[in-house]
Design a protein around this ligand. Structure first.
Ligand code: NAP
Length: 293
């Protein structure tokens, strides 16, 4: 569906993600200027976008400036170039570079000092999924600024979620989801390696993925309630029993001459909860020991 009006947008950074964002805005009918440190990548974006070699010209007169660079340090370097900050005054900067909550706070500080409206954002999608129903973008910052640009921002993800006014909240949620993703991915890759080392085709393991995904889902739901009520008691499975199961995984890994580093790290974390006297509690009780070093 065409947007109710064509918005002048600049996309700063034409790496894999920035290029996908720029194409999505352009496909939605917006007027998109693109800039990249290495100009060839800006030219390669195509799809009706206009490649600019001069950053000041690229961002001047734009209503929205969307940034997608490797990190915030690159972003600060780019925006401290001569003439860039004054050219941004009066625009809305949407920082889509991934970072930490502290990065987001320093981004807001910079934006405030230069009269720029600022939303800190985090995209949860591979570039190939931008503008599809599988893309989610989290936003933090001023609600009125978010509401003003929501329709335009939906060109990159219909699922554009306002998290909180606290500027670090989108980065916090992104880091939390990514930790679950990377940790979970490492766990299932190690699990597949265990199967292979024991002569069981990893295909058999992957064909049962719904069993561990279902267990994680049930445990996440239980953990949410237990954390809320600060009550980790239950009658399903004690931490003592879970720790015994993890010990089997460590033993299998060692016997099969696989790296046991990951399951040992798991075991250390779960055992710490036993040392804290939580052995008879349910699994989410580990949460109580994670704030301690
Ligand atoms: P990428 O393809 O490596 O692109 C990095 C971009 O940053 C390039 O435009 C690069 O410019 C630019 N850059 C790096 N250092 C710079 C500097 N000092 N000055 C100016 N420009 C600089 O990375 P990407 O995959 O597009 O990722 C971009 C952001 O999106 C990251 O924050 C990433 O975490 C986030 N993200 C990516 C994905 C994904 O699946 N790819 C998913 C979610 C979030 P040059 O071309 O000149 O090197």
């Amino acid at each position: 569906m065409a947007p109710s009006r064509s918005v002048k947008i600049a996309v700063v950074g034409c790496g894999l993600m920035g290029s996908a964002l720029a194409r999505a805005f352009s496909a939605a009918g917006h007027d998109v200027a693109v800039w990249n440190r290495t100009p060839g990548k800006a030219k390669a974006v195509g799809s009706g976008t206009v490649a600019m070699e001069n950053l000041v010209e690229a961002v001047s007169g734009r209503e929205l400036v969307v940034v997608s660079l490797s990190n915030y340090a690159a972003s600060f370097e780019v925006f401290s170039a001569k003439g860039v900050a004054p050219a941004l005054a009066g625009t809305t900067l949407v920082q889509l570079t991934s970072g930490s909550p502290a990065d987001a706070r320093s981004g807001l500080e910079w934006a405030k000092a230069h009269g720029v409206d600022y939303l800190d954002a985090a995209i949860l999608a591979y570039p190939g999924f931008v503008a599809t129903d599988y893309a989610t973008v989290f936003y933090a910052g001023s609600r009125p600024v978010f509401d003003r640009h929501l329709e335009t921002l939906q060109a990159i993800a219909r699922n554009s979620v306002y998290v909180d006014e606290k500027i670090g909240s989108a980065a916090t949620l992104d880091c939390a989801i990514l930790e679950a993703y990377y940790g979970g991915s490492l766990a299932f890759l190690h699990a597949a390696a265990m199967c292979k080392a024991e002569g069981l085709d990893p295909k058999t393991f992957f064909s049962q993925k719904n069993s561990f995904l279902g267990l994680i889902s049930v445990t996440a739901d239980a953990a949410q309630g237990m954390i809320e009520n600060n009550d980790f008691s239950g009658d399903q499975c004690s931490l003592n029993t879970h720790v015994a199961a993890i010990e089997h995984i460590v033993r299998l890994s060692k016997d099969a001459r696989l790296s046991a580093r990951f399951p040992k790290e798991l075991l250390d974390n779960y055992k710490r909860a036993l040392s804290a006297g939580l052995g008879e509690k349910e699994l989410p009780a580990v949460f109580q020991t994670l704030t301690q070093e």
